[in-house]
Write a protein that binds this ligand. Structure first.
Ligand code: NOJ
Length: 707
């Protein structure tokens, strides 16, 4: 649609798309393949902006786009000098994931811009910029848009300039002008515990500064998730709400990119040519559509690992929950958890029940003393005296189970980087194919390079750590090791390029139920995560706690769900490495419910969201990657619910045996959490299942074709 056409201007004014009285100069537009989304890029008075519409409806109002570099302020005097278009429609296969084949279909618009040299000579060059005449100020850059039917991504690209090989980004003025009336699910950035908070649900106008993915319901059929893809050599982006100005016609709220700074205040130290991460907006009529959208993956590069045969999703158990309960300790002594005998017990248990791996935390030197503050004591190749690594390596091999390594760094980055090549080599030698890493520190920051103590250190999500995390992924890949990162930087789809970057924490996981002083995760927590944190990628939530009260160890804490809901989390919260987190004795006490955990896969061919209301309930069905079995699970918040669920996803004409693990009629997370029923029935694609969930409850079902 030509925006200068009178009808277009009328529609645009009607929808609040452009400010009254202002007409964009030389706009260029690109639509999604089906035409459902339209993106327009314009310069006005030398300033660049973009806007997004769905039909006549404004999805994002006209919003600024530019970078401020120390070398040049690209805010003004901009002109579009060239554009290029392309359409791509390809299908690629995930090594592992929540979908098998992924279609990537988009229209691309490349916009080349130049800063008017006059503007530069009139002082647009930022203070502090090098004045060497031989180096010309940065005056050219590109913005590349890719528009899919499920949203869009755009990024900045700065080519190498005559004589210049680096620039310093001092601000990124990427804005997102939201329509009125949005409701947001968000977590505040720059706080002590990184991403580990209960999600806020507020009007979008109450956001201060939020981590991404940030999910917004604009109205009943317009849901957005703003995030980033392919975060590489750049600082992590948060979104800061700007104060309203007179020019904010039609916009309820404007959010602006807020890059986590280096400890000296730099934002991004970029080498040229530079490509920023993609700024992404997923757009859906339903909240479930956000979960089904592969947009973040599609904006990442294909795998850099040619032979992926050693990368295997699977389930694991571990010497882990017992430390969080206080039954045993990470450090040495009479309660040490990672002893040879205890590890053998877990290896036996894993072998008996078909688990692929056994995680062992606290196996190495460094845990004694205040490891929160002294990560430099950690040794990643030196076991505690009572952990006989050689014997256990042989024992695990005999049992057909793999040990899973653990590298808690205490956020002492240099100490870890000095040792990680040797540590991953040792893993390879011992047949360890997966390592869980950790970056706990008693501060939102990690140590600065040079080991200087905090504060102020480097943010967990600033460029320093983004680059560190990537070095670890590459070092692990070189030794055929996959990673499960705790206290990570957020996921941005890097798993496509580095499929050994399998899962991560990056939210409040199960462990908060063991020890947090705030009552643990509320029942609604896992009805929000699939629509927020999990849009970024898999999460090692560590589900499957059967002893929900653990009074013997921590009587003041508990898990705020029914037992059936713990089973449902295996389907609702996707992770290619999925833990059965509870103690072996608690599983062996309930073999009937444990069967679901033994059966459920960690790798899927298809994912469909059948119901969803963010913060209330969600129902997801997934097809096993390696069989024709479907799994379905529903979870609810503190309210009980009845959800009528058509099974239309099943193959038409086939009969299935449904094994249902459900809350009993009188179950309730607070008063009767262990009341569950396991029953079988025959169903087909025409069946409409009535799923009854207890308050704080859940339901998990396995469908096996009867033929
Ligand atoms: C925090 C991690 O989230 C947890 O899983 C781990 O057990 C501890 N750090 C110790 O590394």
């Amino acid at each position: 649609m030509n925006l200068l056409h009178p009808v277009s201007i009328f529609l645009a004014l009607l929808s609040g798309f452009i400010p009254s009285g202002a007409v964009c100069a030389n706009p260029v537009a690109v639509t999604s393949p089906s035409g459902n989304l339209q993106v327009e890029i314009a310069t006005e008075n030398g300033e660049l902006s973009y806007s997004v519409r769905r039909g006549c409806e404004a999805v994002l109002h006209r919003s600024s786009l530019w970078l401020v570099l120390r070398e040049a302020d690209l805010t003004g005097g901009l002109a579009i000098v060239d554009t290029a278009r392309a359409t791509r429609d390809t299908t690629w296969t995930q090594v592992w994931g929540e979908f098998g084949d992924v279609r990537s279909h988009y229209r691309e618009l490349r916009v080349d811009l130049e800063s008017n040299p006059e503007a530069l000579s009139q002082g647009a060059l930022s203070p502090g910029a090098p004045s060497d005449d031989a180096i010309r100020p940065v005056a050219r850059f590109t913005i590349r848009f890719r528009v899919f039917d499920d949203g869009l991504g755009f990024r900045y690209e700065i080519p190498a300039h005559d004589g210049r090989d680096s620039v310093l980004v001092t601000d990124e003025v990427t804005e997102f002008g939201l329509p009125a009336g949005g409701r947001a699910w968000w977590i505040e950035s720059y706080r002590h515990n990184r991403y580990e908070y209960v999600t806020n649900e507020t009007p979008a106008g109450e956001i201060t500064v939020a981590h991404t993915p940030l999910t917004i319901r604009c109205d009943d059929d317009l849901y957005l998730s703003i995030h980033e893809a392919a975060l590489t050599n750049y600082a992590g982006m948060s979104l800061r709400r700007l104060a309203r100005t007179a020019g904010d016609f039609g916009k309820a709220v404007t959010l602006k990119a807020d890059l986590a700074p280096w400890s000296n205040g730099d934002l991004v130290r970029a080498e040229l040519p530079m490509r920023s991460p993609w700024r992404t907006v997923q757009i859906s009529e339903t909240p479930g559509g956000l979960i089904e959208s592969p947009l973040i993956l599609n904006l990442n590069e294909p795998s850099r690992i040619a032979d992926v045969s050693w990368i295997e999703p699977g389930k694991y158990v571990g010497i882990w929950w017992e430390m969080h309960l206080g039954k045993s300790t990470w450090g040495s002594g009479t309660k040490h958890g990672a002893t040879t005998a205890n590890t053998k017990r877990y290896l036996d248990f894993a072998a008996r029940h078909g688990f692929a791996g056994v995680l062992v935390e606290g196996w190495n030197v460094g845990w004694d003393g205040d490891w929160f503050r002294n990560g430099n004591a950690f040794r990643f190749t030196e076991p505690h005296r009572d952990f006989d690594r050689e014997t256990l390596t042989r024992y695990a091999a005999r049992k057909g189970v793999r040990l899973i390594g653990h590298h808690e760094t205490g956020a002492a980055i240099e100490n870890y980087e000095e040792q990680m090549a040797d540590a991953f080599a040792l893993c390879e030698r011992d047949g360890i194919r997966a390592v869980k890493t950790g970056y706990v520190s008693d501060d939102p920051n990690v140590q600065q390079p040079g080991g200087k103590s905090v504060p102020p250190g480097e943010w967990h999500y600033g460029q320093f750590m983004v680059e560190h995390f990537r070095r670890v992924v590459e070092a692990a890949a070189a030794r055929h090791v996959v990673l499960d990162v705790h206290e990570p930087v957020k996921a941005t789809g890097i798993r496509r390029t580095w499929p050994n970057m399998m899962t991560r924490e990056g939210a409040r996981g199960q462990e908060y139920n063991a020890w947090s002083g705030d009552g643990g995760n509320p029942p609604g927590h896992t009805t929000i995560l699939p629509f927020t944190r999990l849009l970024a990628g898999p999460m090692d939530f560590t589900p499957g706690i059967f002893d929900l009260h653990f009074d013997e160890y921590r009587p003041r804490n508990r898990v705020n769900t029914t037992l059936a809901k713990q089973l449902a989390l295996y389907v609702v919260i996707y992770s290619p490495l999925q833990m059965a987190a509870d103690l072996p004795e608690n599983y062996e006490a309930r073999p009937d419910a444990f069967q679901f955990i033994k059966d459920v896969p960690a790798d899927w061919r298809a994912t469909k969201v059948l119901h969803g209301a963010i913060g209330d309930y969600v129902t997801i069905a997934r097809l096993d990657r390696n069989s024709d079995d479907w799994y379905l699970a529903s979870v609810t918040d503190e309210e009980g619910r009845t959800l009528n669920t058509p099974l239309a996803f099943l193959d038409a004409g086939r009969k299935y045996r449904a094994t249902v693990y459900r809350d009993a009629a009188d179950a309730d997370w607070e008063t009767n959490a262990y009341a569950y029923v396991i029953e079988e029935r025959e169903v087909d694609a025409n069946t409409v299942l009535t799923i009854v969930l207890a308050p704080g409850g859940g339901q998990a079902i396995r469908f096996t074709p009867v033929d």
